[in-house]
Structures are given as C-alpha cells and as structure tokens.
Write a new protein. Structure first.
Ligand code: MG
Length: 261
C-alpha cells in the first residue's frame, strides 16, 4: 500500500495511492480517516493524483542519517566503511515534499546530492530486536540527503553541512508492502543516472540500522532513518532537476534553486 500526505482545496489529508505507477495518469489518491500510524478507514473522497499536491509523506520528529553505508561511497570519500554505523541527525526543518526546490545556501560552494532509501518508523520503539524490525517499520520512501560537502569537511562535524532548510527532499509516498532487502536506489540529475545500487550493497542492512538506532534513542512514529548513499555523489547547481527512485517504492522529483540574494 502507498500512503501519501497531500493537500487539495486547502485541506491536508493522508490517503492511499491506487493505480499503476507505470502509467501515472491512472493514479488516484483515496483519502483516509485519521493518520496512518494506526488502523484506518478509507473515506469516499478520491482524487486523480494530478489534481492534488503531494506533501512530505511524514513530518518526522527526527531524521537519523547513516554515513558511509556503501563501501564504494566510503572509498570515494577517502576511507573504508566503518565497522559501527556512523550516525548523525538532520533537523526536521530540512524536509521538503515532491516537486519542491532545494535552496543552495550562500555559505556553501559545493552542495551535493545523496540519493537514499528512507525508512519510516511506524511505532514508538526502543531496543528493537532484529526479529521485530518489520513490526516497527511503517514503510519506505525516497530521500535526498543533501549535503554541503565543503562545510562537512571544514566543520569537522556534520550538523551545518546536513542541516540547511530544504536539504531533505522526501517522498513521494510511503510504500508499506516491500521487502527492504529487495530495494534499490537510483539518482538522476537532469535525466542522467549518477548513482545506482541495490540495498544488498549496504554495509549494514536496513534491519541492522533500525536495531542500531533504536539501541541509542527512542524511535517515534514518523521518524525517518536515511540509510546511506551509494557511490557517485556530485554537485547540485541552480536549475538542476533531480530524481531519486527507489525500485518498488516510487520516484521523488525535485529541483534546485540558488538562494535569493
Ligand atoms: Mg547520506
């Protein structure tokens, strides 16, 4: 099931996206009663997807990032993959929805894309054992962990580099019925493929990351874990059109603009 958050006629709702993603014109969104973190009912309201504006599928309390989780990317960054996952936080104010724009801040001369598979937590959870990970995950979506690479290097820690407003495009919806080990991520910039890798290339699996993160901090419904980016990261420039596709989930389109001076 694909769960979206959307706005139509000044109302905001969650809904279920039905139809064939190979033919976007067939897609509709069926509004639900309440929120998707508990059992819900569909309502009688259904809209063509083209008639609504998709919003970020969740408003996370926190976004947990994982660094260097693909060996090829760790090497392109000049190191080896870490034995223990490197964890960082992105502020919730980084999140933007599908078709919105990443704003390049004037403080950085080197903003880069990082296409990633994002895990959406569905339950309040702590110290999740590996056999119960599927119970606490609501589903999966696409993300771009946008990073000011020059500031990441010069600051020595990552809060500013990862934390500018608009630095986490998220969506287009949450797919709740996929096997996380079967997922794959692809990033395109201006129609050219720049990153492509299966989840099976991860150093630490998605399940292991949920176990690891929940051993440190309580996970809250709507929290997002960004599972790391594969090799091929590169710069974003004013006017770029970017998409992050997670096979079996969907495609997240967004744009890049320079900050108004
Ligand atoms: Mg990343």
């Amino acid at each position: 099931m694909r769960i979206a958050r959307f706005t139509v006629a000044d109302q905001i709702a969650y809904g279920v996206v039905d139809g064939d993603t190979d033919d976007m014109s067939t897609l509709t969104v069926n509004a639900i009663d309440g929120h998707p973190f508990a059992p819900f009912e569909r309502t009688s309201a259904r809209f063509p997807l083209s008639d609504v504006r998709l919003l970020p599928p969740v408003l996370p309390n926190k976004l947990i990032g994982i660094g260097k989780n693909y060996a090829d990317h760790a090497r392109e960054m000049g190191g080896e993959p870490p034995a223990t996952p490197i964890m960082f936080l992105k502020p919730s104010t980084t999140v933007i929805g599908p078709n919105e724009s990443v704003v390049l801040p004037e403080q950085s001369q080197q903003v880069e894309f990082e296409g990633e598979i994002a895990v959406v937590i569905g339950r309040l959870s702590r110290e999740v054992p590996s056999e119960r990970v599927s119970e606490v995950v609501l589903g999966y979506t696409c993300a771009n962990d946008v990073t000011a690479r020059d500031l990441q290097r010069s600051d020595g820690q990552w809060t500013r580099a990862k934390g500018f407003d608009t630095f986490c495009p998220l969506g287009p919806w949450i797919e709740t019925e996929v096997d996380p080990d079967s997922l794959a991520v692809r990033t395109e910039v201006n129609g050219e493929t720049r990153q492509s890798a299966p989840a099976s290339d991860m150093v630490h699996s998605i399940a292991d990351l949920v176990v690891f993160a929940s051993s440190v901090m309580t996970l809250i419904p709507g929290d997002v874990i960004l599972t790391g980016t594969p090799a091929g990261v590169g710069p974003l420039n004013d006017g770029d059109r970017v998409s992050v596709t997670v096979a079996g989930v969907g495609r997240l389109d967004h744009r890049v603009v320079v900050a108004a001076g």
